[in-house]
Ligand binder design. Structure first.
Ligand code: NAP
Length: 311
């Protein structure tokens, strides 16, 4: 184990972790950012971001992330490729295991995000950012006047479908069975909307057209009849849920039924010195700006905690 004891280690390099890095670096805490499995987080997988304040013409998600990272580095944040395999919160300083290395730290900011669930089709993966999206708020605008497909049968899918009616000429909600997990109110609202058409008992087998680098159609299969057909559409939005990246804390920190970290006073976990920010603790807003906001809060709490504990 290295002798060094860090003041703060930030788990995750999406906009919440990077904002925490900027603030804690400017506070001269020399944060160590462990980049995680998806460096840059969900923003690094989107294209144009038009709702992050300060960019009147929008900014590409990967550029926004790169800018935040440079800003954090300018003030002394350190970055390391790596994923935390285990976190021991029972000892002080805390001990994080990253591969063969053990890192000791007085505080931890958990900003490991949530990963959108995908269908897992190679053609789907190839067209992310080119008509395949998991964020209607981010990408719906690009499909004004077009026909859009939404996949899923829960509240997320209903919410995405309803939101997308602002832009789309028609929204087709494709669900793998005919019973819905969505709350009655959301389901009724979606069913009552003239632009939303329901297609139950149907699964997506392939997204086209990978060669053309744009979504033109979905190959669909009716699970009851076995019928397969090509369904023309300009976009496919996934609304099949998110998975918070917090599995390693399920024994040590409080989570809700779906595994999101529970916080109080915005970013406090149940363990003093351990803070959670961004999508790993937020199932409700899930926006870049809210993730950045809570990243800032976590960094300020770290500063206060270190002051109060005499470091
Ligand atoms: P969810 O309730 O778990 O629903 C996920 C949906 O995606 C289900 O219909 C599921 O189908 C489908 N699905 C999952 N994997 C799939 C796959 N591989 N292929 C095809 N379909 C698949 O997730 P959620 O909608 O994100 O909601 C999560 C929680 O957040 C819920 O408690 C919800 O109420 C809440 N939420 C609330 C709001 C709101 O109130 N405004 C908005 C969003 C979310 P099956 O049903 O067949 O499993």
């Amino acid at each position: 184990m290295a002798d060094e004891i860090r003041d703060v280690v930030i788990m995750g390099s999406g906009c919440s972790g990077l904002t925490a890095a900027i603030y804690s670096a400017r506070a001269k805490l020399r944060p160590l950012v462990l980049e995680g499995h998806e460096p840059g987080g969900q923003l690094s997988m989107t294209t144009l971001v038009e709702n992050f304040p300060g960019w009147p013409d929008g900014i590409q998600g990967p550029v926004l992330i790169e800018n935040m990272r440079k800003q954090a580095e300018r003030f002394g944040a350190e970055f390391r490729v790596g994923h935390v395999d285990a976190a021991d919160l029972t000892q002080r300083p805390f001990v994080l295991t990253v591969g063969r290395e053990q890192i000791r730290t007085r505080t931890i900011i958990i900003a490991s995000g949530a990963s959108a669930r995908w269908l897992g089709l190679p053609s789907e993966h190839a067209l992310i950012g080119h008509g395949v999206s998991s964020c209607a708020t981010c990408d719906g605008f690009f499909f004004s006047g077009k026909e859009i497909a939404v996949i899923g049968g829960g509240d997320s899918a209903m919410e995405e479908a309803l939101f997308l009616t602002r832009f789309a000429s028609k929204v087709t909600l494709i669900h793998r069975r005919d019973a819905f997990r969505a709350s009655k109110i959301m389901l009724d609202r979606a069913k009552a909307h003239e632009k939303i058409h329901f297609m139950p008992d149907t699964v997506v087998e392939e997204v086209m057209d990978v060669q053309a680098k744009e979504v033109t159609a979905l190959k669909l299969r009716n699970v009851l009849t076995g019928k397969v057909w090509d369904f023309p559409t300009s976009a496919m939005f996934l609304g099949i849920g998110h998975t918070p990246n917090a599995a390693m804390f399920h024994e040590t920190l409080e989570t809700d039924d779906d595994g999101y970290l529970k916080t109080r006073d915005y970013v406090h976990t149940g363990v003093p010195g351990v803070y959670a920010c961004g999508d790993v603790a937020d199932r409700r807003y899930r926006q870049a700006i809210t993730a950045s906001g809570t990243g800032c809060m976590a960094a300020i709490e770290v500063e206060k905690y270190l002051e109060e504990t005499g470091h």
